[in-house]
Design a protein. Structure first.
Length: 279
């Protein structure tokens, strides 16, 4: 409901009719998506034994600039969609997978972040469940792969980002420049061969994910509808790179999960009960 009187409504309509938006600079808007999943190092089957790895989806760019370089999936905002809709659409178009969850990380607007011109990126962190991790390159991507992630602070206070897939290893070095309102930002010292400013987006996205992973509701987004308590614990341990006592974890988890009548069997192990998120 408008608070304008009839005369003011007519004045506003006249103003909008004569308004010329082309008088102002209009930078292009894009989205970039840091999509994570947890994979088994020894097997594509999430429920077999083996060390779990936090992995990040990267696409190999098929067009200039940075043709042939690895980058985050993303693209330009269409006039008919929201920024979040753009992030989901670009993920599906470039990888063939729809994320199970998506969360904004921040806006990246450094003046020269993109050699094509003034382009502002809205970055998101997204989660892909372990049972839908088969990705493929599409749209303007030549290829898409899951890269295992290592991100640690070194002795001189800088952060080392290492992304590995088979014999491909991508390295970047970053420096933390601010941490306000719970949002951490990084400056790239050496981007390695990652495209654009995607090293800083990946670092910010991973930091945001680590900060919120203590929330059980977020952990569930990494898992299928039913899961074992060991799988649930592995999500938190893998992302935080820590180990926890199973008894302590299960005590905390009890408030958020409920038993099913199903079990996981095989591999010579005692049958494990399956759980689901408490509704």
């Amino acid at each position: 409901m408008s608070l304008y009187n009839p005369e003011e409504l007519l004045q506003e309509q006249e103003f909008l009719k004569n308004y010329d938006i082309t008088k102002y600079d209009r930078p292009s808007v894009t989205t970039d998506i840091a999509a994570f999943t947890i994979r088994n190092e020894e097997s594509e089957n999430y429920r077999r034994d083996g060390k779990r790895k936090l992995s990040l989806m990267l696409i190999k760019r098929g067009e200039f600039p940075f043709k042939g370089h690895w980058a985050l999936p993303g693209g330009f905002l269409k006039p008919t969609e929201t920024v979040e809709q753009c992030a989901v659409r670009e993920t599906v178009e470039e990888t063939g997978i729809s994320p199970s969850a998506i969360m904004p990380v921040g806006t990246f607007s450094e003046i020269e972040r993109d050699p094509r011109g003034r382009i502002i990126s809205n970055a998101y962190v997204s989660i892909i469940t372990a049972d839908s991790e088969n990705i493929k390159g599409g749209d303007d991507a030549d290829d898409a792969k899951w890269f295992d992630v290592e991100f640690d602070k070194n002795e001189n206070g800088e952060y080392s980002l290492i992304l590995k897939y088979s014999d491909i290893e991508l390295k970047a070095v970053l420096k933390e420049v601010s941490n306000k309102f719970g949002v951490t930002k990084y400056r790239i010292i050496d981007s390695g061969t990652l495209a654009f400013d995607h090293a800083s987006i990946i670092a910010a996205a991973l930091t945001a994910l680590r900060k919120c992973i203590g929330d059980f509701e977020v952990m569930f987004d990494f898992l299928p509808e039913t899961f074992t308590l060991t799988e649930l614990q592995c999500v938190q341990e893998t992302i935080l790179n820590v180990s926890m006592l199973p008894a302590n974890f299960r005590r905390k988890a009890a408030e958020y999960v409920e038993e099913t009548d199903e079990y996981v069997t095989g591999a010579g192990h005692r049958p494990a009960k399956l759980y689901r998120r408490k509704r």
